[in-house]
Design a protein around this ligand. Sequence first.
Ligand SMILES: Cc1ncc(COP(=O)(O)O)c(C=O)c1O
Length: 386
Amino acid sequence: MPINFDSTPNRRDPNVKNKWTWYPNDVLPMWVADMDFPAPKPILDELHKVVNQGVLGYEMPSQSLQETVAKRMDRLYRWKVQPDSVVAVTGIVSGFNVAARAFGSKKKGILVQPPVYNEFHEVKNNVGISQVNAPLVKRVDGNILSYEIDWDVFKKQVKKAGIFLLCNPHNPLGIIFSRKDLLQMAKICIENNVLIVSDEIHSELLLDDHTFTPMSKLSSEIAQHTITLIAPSKTFNVAGLFCGFAIIPNEKLRLRYDKEVNQLRLHVSSLGLHAARIAYSGQCDGWLKELRRYLTGNRDFLVNYVTEYMPGVRTTIPDATYLAWLDFTELKLKKSPFDFFMQKAKVAVSDGKIFGAGGEGHVRLNFGTSRKILKQGLDRMCKSLY
Ligand SMILES: Cc1ncc(COP(=O)(O)O)c(C=O)c1O
């Protein structure tokens, strides 16, 4: 039976703080990265089953869950992962902060590629290490934006770093880095003894017929220098259950990482573990296929809308994720586009500034919602501008 992504449940429960209740009721939320769709039925059935059984005691990640994760990597990418190299983490933000705590040093910083996911910029404060930026370079073609790596900058900045925190697919730009770029980044990192932490949380949210290759899959040498972070949270819209995985083929790195996870007692909730097992089992892949088709339709709708009705505004055409990156710099608004749309359009987007260098004058818009809500948000924004 086809899944009806056009219908989304009401999430405005005043007792709950979430995407829909964070701002006043007249504001349409298109900010934080969760979708408005219910999770796939097999996951919900499993959660109902666990709750109905009644006991919500402690549970630990099982060998069978590690095997499920490893099998999924093999099925999706022909990437052979040893189940023992899979470490459960309480989400991907915890996952990369743990890596920075375990492997960061005062002498060498953490390298990031802004404008990039806001939590990447918090690591330096959380862990007390420096941040090194290798900004992606913006290219403009008509009203379409694309970004690329400046290799001279990357090579120069990597020398100041001990860890490279890669976001692939990239939030907020929606880029899937090419094999060639990944190989080049990895080569430079390995030559400079820089550990790669690859945040691949968006890797299953592929649009059109795009494919994805995990950094670690590229060679066994790269795998030995890489911590891969994945989660079912974005893909299957179960982010509130906080369950992710670090895949660490290098035993020495894994033992050190595991020690940090255990010291901090970063235990995943039992419901998170159950959801992850079902999400990665393959039972939800039909749902995911339909989701990707729907999100691709939303992306196209948004790009066409901006092109047709929003002169002076530029947009990316994301390869993955449900995040669009809109550039309002040409319009010379009197305030930041975030404040402008909050006040004039009653639409909450994510302020480009929080993504670091190059984010000023831009916003990130979450199109992981029904087409109707997406249109409503764009209509409100358009009306407020012209
Ligand atoms: C690139 C990236 N990493 C991590 C996260 C959040 O991960 P978690 O909720 O598992 O900590 C997000 C959420 O938007 C994200 O976009």
